[in-house]
Design a protein around this ligand. Structure first.
Ligand code: PRP
Length: 214
């Protein structure tokens, strides 16, 4: 029997994932202890878990340092790593959008070059290329909504979940790019070498998802 190592995107995604795994009987007391430990072993010693920044999850999985990663679709597309995306976990649902002040809609639809601030330069580039739109992309690392407010950019490409951040800053969704949610990614070699374990786990996860949809 092979041990399966999980890389989990820190935060809500990791918390919800551990709740789902608990339903499958996979528990990890070590993870709940307040310690500086980085790598955790499940109570049955069949699984290992570590938490990382979302952007690093596809990297760990690509290199085989983790067999399985749980991360948002936004990060999977942006990081563009060689991994298999195998399952939509149907939580953490939100949207990748183009947003800005309402009056920017006309500019967005015109042929003029616009400035776009985003944490997702690849997604933005591919989206505007597909629209044959010429844009200047400005990479930011957070609080992207500031871009249009302080005059750094005309619009932003960013995630909208509840819409509260946009609303509180006088911004609206101008275009929708893609729906997002938490996904399971698998290392390409693990898919073969650890086929039995990975397959069993995916089957169980699918069952839990089906039950929660009923
Ligand atoms: C995300 C996203 C938006 C916000 C959207 O940012 O980039 O700013 O959440 O959520 P809402 O529609 O529910 O308001 P995050 O909280 O990850 O922080 P960041 O802006 O520093 O990246």
């Amino acid at each position: 029997m092979h041990t399966i190592t999980f890389a989990l995107a820190k935060g809500r995604l990791a918390k919800t994932t551990m709740e789902i795994l608990k339903e499958l009987g996979i528990t990890c007391k070590e993870m709940e202890d307040k310690s500086r430990k980085l790598l955790f072993t499940s109570d049955d010693a069949r699984y290992q878990f570590f938490l990382s920044k979302a952007q690093d999850v596809p990297t760990y999985v690509d290199y085989g340092a983790a067999d399985i990663g749980i991360v948002g679709k936004d990060t999977i597309v942006e990081e563009n790593r060689n991994v298999y995306e195998v399952l939509d976990l149907q939580f953490g649902c939100c949207k990748m959008t183009v947003a800005g002040e309402p009056h920017k809609k006309a500019l967005l639809e015109s042929g003029q070059t616009i400035r776009v601030a985003t944490k997702y330069p690849l997604i933005a580039k591919e989206y505007f290329e597909s629209q044959n739109r010429s844009v200047e992309i400005i990479k930011l690392n957070g609080s992207v909504e500031l871009g249009p407010i302080v005059g750094l950019s005309d619009v932003i490409v960013d995630i909208v979940e509840s819409g509260a951040t946009l609303k509180e800053n006088g911004l609206v969704v101008l275009q929708e790019i893609m729906p997002l949610s938490a996904r399971v990614i698998v290392n390409t070699a693990s898919m073969k070498v650890k086929h039995e374990e990975v397959d069993h786990l995916l089957k169980q996860l699918r069952k839990v998802l089906e039950q929660s949809n009923d």
